[in-house]
Design a binder for this molecule. Structure first.
Ligand code: FAD
Length: 216
């Protein structure tokens, strides 16, 4: 099994992806990449990165969503030839990093699909990715509620715990069940579009990652 990360976000470009500044210029059967990414998760534990970079400058495209392309980047090879990884200390449940590219060369065959169409492909993939992230957040939420409910004297006032230490009802529970409902809804929509096959509903700690792996 090979794992891949998503390399989209940049220091000056988050939600407005079309403004990315990293470039990939075709030259002698290769693409030469320069630029910077930030918040790229799981680089240290993965094999590949799907990298988004501009192959045509923003000023030269008809629509701003055109002119971006995606590439498969062999992470370990890239670390030896033009990509620097700087971990960002943080408190989420995975590692995340800054990436710096200085004349990183990628074989031309590593272009995914057609040059200039990358933004469309990214959007398609993000739908599945965000559904998986939602599953992770819901699983985390259940885990934290269980922790609060089982901690002696630590339950905040709005959490109601019955004599067996189980939550009876709280604003957390309502939020979780709303979240789970929305999550299921998005999964069913994606299944209808033929984009996902979700094997389980997340509600327990520990195996949330396994459940995520079973999805899509
Ligand atoms: C822990 C962590 C892990 C991550 N992992 C990855 C990863 O693996 N790969 C990757 O590519 N990225 C990753 N990201 C980046 C993440 O996808 C971005 O944070 C996200 O795209 C938002 O970008 P931004 O943080 O620059 O926020 P901004 O784009 O600056 O947005 C900030 C806020 O303003 C709102 N906003 C922005 N523009 C508008 C507008 N025009 N109108 C109204 N509201 C607006 C946004 O909705 C948001 O609430 C990660 C981020 C974090 C924190």
């Amino acid at each position: 099994m090979a794992l891949a990360v998503h390399g989209g976000t940049e220091p000056t470009t988050g939600t407005d992806t079309t403004k990315i500044k990293s470039t990939a210029i075709r030259k002698d059967g290769r693409y030469v990449v320069n630029g910077q990414k930030v918040w790229i998760s799981r680089v240290q534990h993965s094999d590949w990165m799907i990298l988004l970079a501009r192959t045509t400058p923003l000023a030269d495209v008809r629509k701003k969503s055109e002119g971006m392309s995606i590439f498969m980047v062999d992470l370990r090879a890239a670390e030896r030839s033009g990509m620097t990884v700087r971990p960002i200390p943080n408190m989420v449940n995975h590692e995340t990093n800054e990436l710096f590219f200085e004349n990183l060369e990628i074989p031309q065959d590593n272009l995914i699909g057609k040059e200039g169409e990358g933004f469309k492909y990214i959007l398609d993939g993000l739908n599945a990715e965000r559904t998986l992230i939602a599953a992770e957040c819901i699983g985390d939420g259940y885990w934290f509620i269980d922790r609060v409910a089982s901690s002696d004297g630590l339950a905040p006032p709005q959490v109601l715990v019955n004599s067996r230490g189980r939550l009876r009802g709280s604003r957390f529970q309502v939020a979780m069940s709303d979240g789970r409902f929305l999550w299921r809804h998005s999964v069913v929509s994606m299944e209808r579009m033929g984009k996902a096959g979700i094997a389980a509903v997340p509600h327990a700690p520990g195996n949330v990652a396994d459940r995520k792996m079973a999805a899509v």
